[in-house]
Design a protein around this ligand. Structure first.
Ligand SMILES: C[S@@+](CC[C@H](N)C(=O)[O-])C[C@H]1O[C@@H](n2cnc3c(N)ncnc32)[C@H](O)[C@@H]1O
Length: 286
């Protein structure tokens, strides 16, 4: 029997993804086929007539996707800030919205790009926030903490692959409790989904992303309460924190941080116009 062509496989798979409610089935189909064949997308687009010997293996990947497994888990990677990160079920799949935190952090230190700035990332996941910032600040160095040792191992591997292993150090811990402080820049994207809303999220989030990366307690603000208690110590005087917040949370988090004595900057907005990042400044002497 003649094997199906690239075009046949793409048509079959795109129809299945569309039926499963996937937003951009053609794009995802191309990514999955390129992954299955070990080629880049240009080879898929440029050679629709190419026979595909093992279409079944490809359709198995498509089946995982229709059952809600995130693309980043199937491909094992995600691009963030134009860098490639390994992603596993132990790490949050980095979101484009979180690039708002990177932009805001870089803007805060724009006058000191070549300086030996110290950076702390609380809740490292893949390490995407710290590593994106370090990729733009050649003399900066940083540490990142995550409560999940498995996430820490992934983040460490990402740092090495990106050539940043000498400047980025990762360890397992509970927020900043093991750290003395004095950081120039603190980054965080804490879990902020109210617990009762997790089950109602898309399958790929609710069932496949780590609970530790999502669960923000009853009202979604538990981690911010912890950070409000720790940031005044962790930030050096004049240092800046850029912290991601969920939709509609900016005011509540601002109130927590203000009550902790932190100075607040203007919100940073994501591409959808959502106040996505809270900026605050340390005032305590080192
Ligand atoms: C929303 S994810 C963010 C991951 C990554 N920074 C990103 O932006 O993709 C939150 C991370 O915080 C970590 N986390 C949850 N509770 C923590 C705690 N008590 N101390 C340190 N990290 C914690 C989770 O394991 C998870 O990796």
């Amino acid at each position: 029997m003649t094997p199906p062509t690239v075009a046949d496989c793409l048509d079959t798979a795109a129809a299945r993804l569309k039926a499963a409610g996937i937003d951009d089935p053609r794009r995802e189909t191309r990514l999955l086929l390129a992954h299955a064949l070990g080629v880049d997308q240009a080879a898929i687009i440029g050679h629709p007539e190419r026979p595909v010997a093992d279409c079944d293996a490809f359709l198995e990947l498509v089946g995982r996707r229709t059952r809600g497994v995130p693309m980043a888990h199937i491909l094992g990677r995600r691009e963030f800030w134009s860098l490639e990160f390994r992603v596993t079920p132990d790490t949050l799949d980095p979101r484009p919205d979180s690039e708002t935190v990177v932009e805001a952090a870089l803007a805060a230190v724009s006058g000191r790009r070549g300086a030996a700035i110290s950076v702390l990332d609380l809740g490292a996941g893949t390490g995407c926030l710290l590593l994106a910032v370090l990729s733009e600040l050649p003399a900066a160095h940083g540490v990142a903490v995550d409560i999940s040792p498995a996430a820490v191992a992934v983040a460490r591997g990402n740092a090495i692959k990106l050539g940043l292993g000498q400047r980025a150090h990762f360890f397992a811990g509970d927020w900043g409790s093991a750290l003395a402080g004095g950081f120039d820049l603190v980054l965080a994207n804490p879990p902020y989904v109210p617990r009762g809303e997790i089950a109602g999220l898309q399958t790929e989030v609710a069932q496949h992303e780590p609970r530790l990366a999502l669960d923000g307690g009853e009202d979604g603000l538990d981690a911010y309460r912890r950070l409000a208690g720790e940031l005044p110590r962790l930030l050096r005087a004049g240092g800046t924190a850029a912290i991601e917040v969920g939709y509609g949370q900016w005011e509540a988090v601002a109130a927590l941080f203000r009550a902790a004595g932190l100075g607040l900057g203007n919100p940073a907005f994501d591409l959808a116009g959502v106040a996505r990042c809270i900026i605050c400044h340390g005032s305590h002497a080192d």
